[in-house]
Design a protein around this ligand. Structure first.
Ligand code: EAX
Length: 327
């Protein structure tokens, strides 16, 4: 009888302690990204920050730092996450392979069929495992938000098939899989941090780049690019990352709240990204950019296919097929 009584007392004390711990935990956090406030990255981030503030009664406040305010590019800001200088970062997987090698499996060309396929993989066990892998790099992967399907743009030629694009000097992210894929396709890719791309295009140091519609639109690339080809050559996921130090310093209830809210906002953020794409593309065309919609995607897929063999020592056929064949 006594054991039950003291057991109940202990349980009550733990609940009180957890409650007090959560009630006492207060923090103002920094959330960074490479893109401006009107991009879905930051629309999603604002919703996330508002929900966290509301759900913690104002104990946790997340301040937003868009447009590379906290670093030259996503690689540098990911280093900031590892060091704890930045608390949260919404970033493409571009440079992340240097921190968490397994994430590069998502960067293969023509890996995903469509958005439904993307959601099934990223919201399932494969996506969860990839997010968990970040912990080895002192990073907490909260959820997969979205950059979108990437498309090729350039200043020289209307690209309808891979042959039209041969020799184009294009910027890619600092991503070994993307670099290899574009080399295999016969282009001349050069890796560059996001913050340098607009100027490099303006000064014609490079002919083109590749990014989803929303990035092209929010960065006003119609000012420095004439041709937009809907190649849809790779899907670009964007994990919401958190400093592992910051995450585990929070009481367990707040940790669970951050994961739950990040997953909830992932659905909202992907939807706003997808729903706005066609209207943005029409505006891009209205700004004078020549948009090629009927691209021969198969010519790009075939030309980029050797990249799978080039990394077969790091990514098994079985792992690739587990993603490709996910139904
Ligand atoms: O994450 O570097 C890139 O091209 C990324 O797609 C962009 O910064 C958004």
């Amino acid at each position: 009888m006594k054991r039950v009584f003291f057991g109940c007392i202990a349980a009550i004390l733990v609940c009180v302690w957890v409650g007090v711990a959560s009630a006492e935990y207060k923090k103002t956090m920094k959330l960074a990204s490479a893109l401006p406030m009107d991009h879905p990255y930051m629309v999603g981030s604002k919703k996330f920050a508002d929900l966290i503030k509301d759900r913690t009664g104002g104990r946790i406040v997340i301040k937003l730092y868009p447009s590379n305010q906290l670093g030259k590019g996503e690689r540098e800001m990911t280093e900031g996450i590892q060091q704890g200088a930045i608390d949260l970062l919404i970033t493409s997987t571009g440079p992340l392979g240097g921190f968490c090698p397994s994430i590069n499996i998502l960067d293969f060309p023509f890996l995903f069929r469509d958005f439904e396929h993307v959601d099934r993989v990223l919201d399932g066990s494969i996506g969860r495992r990839l997010l968990d892998d970040f912990e080895k790099a002192d990073i907490k992967g909260l959820a997969f938000w979205e950059n979108g399907f990437r498309h090729l743009t350039n200043n020289r030629v209307a690209v309808r098939n891979v042959g039209d694009a041969k020799g184009l000097k294009i910027r890619t992210m600092e991503n070994k899989v993307h670099l290899a894929a574009w080399k295999a396709a016969g282009l001349n890719p050069t890796p560059m941090a996001w913050g340098e791309v607009y100027t490099a295009l303006q000064q014609k140091v490079i002919d083109g780049q590749e990014n989803p519609v929303a990035v092209f639109y929010s960065s006003k690339f119609w000012e420095v690019q004439k041709h937009f080809s809907l190649t849809q050559h790779v899907y670009s996921p964007s994990p919401l990352l958190m400093s592992k130090k910051t995450f585990y310093a929070m009481p367990k209830d707040d940790q669970a709240l951050f994961v739950k809210t990040a997953l909830e906002v992932a659905k909202f953020q992907r939807k706003i990204n997808r729903d706005a794409e066609e209207a943005k593309l029409k505006e891009i065309a209205a700004k004078g950019v020549a948009v090629v919609r009927n691209v021969d995607k198969e010519s790009f897929r075939k030309a980029m296919a050797p990249v799978y063999g080039a990394f077969s020592d790091q990514f098994s056929r079985a792992d690739i097929e587990a993603i490709m064949n996910a139904r």
